[in-house]
Design a protein around this ligand. Structure first.
Ligand code: COA
Length: 375
């Protein structure tokens, strides 16, 4: 039976930190400007007066204290309110490939794998910079990897879906190993003019090397993948209508629905029990008692959500060592969230400890991966 391992992970963190206070000050300045500009329409009831945001609300509702971003000045400029990124020439690395390559190099180094042994590259993320050529092929080229590469998008669950895709390809014998990269410039799909969600996301890139496990290493930071489980169910509660047909319907161009929007309360209510039951079923199917799990690296969307998921699974609150939180520092980084938690906090695991990496998000989509520490 082919055994498969995660042999290395990597993380690229942008240089610029954007705190809640900075974000809220700029949002509130935009609100003042908007309300003054639209005073007459607000008086007649034609449009609604905008309400101010608050750092206290953001931290209490989400657990987010700050986020890293690729560009802060554009986001904080009340006349622009989006990251300002230099357009890349066709002979330069694209924005996503550039950050992805940095995370990938770290994952390859941590895996201690020769480039010649990597047979495929998958970019698995929420927002791709262009339709084609694939960002994954660009990264493959930048790293001199032979074989094939492709992009895939399952929103916040892209990484776990990517892990199962690679796991299945190695199991079938079509490849020996692969690199998965999760570059996320979430600030690019975020509506910084929307009080309900302007604080949610941050930017980052993660990478994971997955390969066939031939010999159990005596002392290494590798993890055998014991089982994976994926689930999707259609929902409009998290949606982004941006796409290549937008310009064919000019009336909709630039409208708020062409950015991330959600019905946050519904998402919270519907996704928490689904994630908890999927994890429980997956453990049961593998005859693993919940008490034998030593850590849960959950998707980082909302701290209250993660706390409740852990409680449904364990029957009591989880400690931060057991279910690490990185969204206070990184915010929601979509597909990369659970991989950041795993990358930064797996040092608490000992040989043979079992853990899970779980993601959930738009679609809805949920993915769970059960791993066992080797070496
Ligand atoms: N600053 C201050 N107050 C705000 C605010 C802001 N930025 N945004 C909303 N509020 C107010 C609302 O107006 C509302 O006021 P009211 O009670 O007087 O009507 C109150 O805060 C509660 O708003 P609500 O939207 O119900 O907040 P919530 O507690 O549900 O938290 C989310 C909002 C989005 C943080 C939460 O629903 C959530 O995280 N859901 C999960 C969604 C998710 O993770 N999506 C990503 C999926 S990968």
């Amino acid at each position: 039976m082919t055994r498969i391992q995660i042999s290395g992970t990597g993380l690229f963190t942008p240089k610029e930190i954007l705190t809640n206070d900075e974000l809220v000050n700029s949002y509130n300045k935009f609100v003042d400007e908007f309300n003054i500009e639209n005073e007459d329409k607000i008086k007649t009831g034609e449009i609604e007066e905008l309400q101010k945001s608050s750092s206290e609300f953001i931290e209490k509702a989400s657990g987010v204290k700050a986020r890293y971003v690729q560009n802060k000045s554009g986001i904080l400029d009340t006349k622009f309110m989006r990251p300002l990124l230099r357009e890349r020439k066709e002979d330069e690395l694209s924005n996503l490939a550039e950050m992805g390559v940095i995370a990938a190099k770290q994952a390859i180094e941590n895996a201690n794998i020769d480039i010649e042994k990597i047979d495929a590259v998958i970019v698995a993320c929420s927002n791709l910079e262009r339709p084609y050529p694939a960002i994954a092929i660009e990264i493959q080229n930048a790293l001199n990897i032979e074989g094939f590469a492709f992009d895939m998008n399952v929103a916040c669950s892209s990484a776990t879906f990517g892990i199962q895709t690679i796991y299945d390809m190695i199991k079938s014998g079509s490849i020996r190993s692969a690199l998965m990269v999760n570059p996320e410039i979430c600030s690019g799909h975020l509506n910084f003019k929307d009080r309900d969600c302007h604080f949610i996301f941050g930017d980052v890139a993660t990478a994971v090397v997955i390969e066939e496990l031939k010999e159990v290493p005596s002392n290494s930071n590798s993890y055998e993948i014991l089982s994976t489980k994926l689930y999707t169910q259609f929902s409009n509660n998290i949606r982004n209508n941006y796409g290549f047909l937008n310009s064919s319907s000019p009336d909709g161009v630039g409208k708020a629905d062409k950015l991330f929007h959600q019905n946050g309360r519904q998402v919270f209510k519907e996704v928490v029990p689904k994630v908890a039951s999927l994890i429980k079923e997956h453990l049961e199917k593998n005859s693993i008692e919940v008490t034998n799990i030593k850590a849960m690296y959950l998707h980082q969307a909302n701290e209250n959500m993660n706390r409740l998921i852990s409680k449904y699974i364990l029957g009591h609150e989880a400690s931060r060592d057991f279910a690490p939180i990185v969204l206070d520092e990184y915010a929601n980084t979509s597909s990369a969230g659970s991989i950041i938690a795993f990358h930064k906090h797996n040092n608490s695991l000992k040989k043979d400890d079992l853990a899970i990496i779980c993601s959930f998000g738009a679609g809805y989509s949920i993915g769970n991966v059960i791993v066992r520490k080797l070496g």
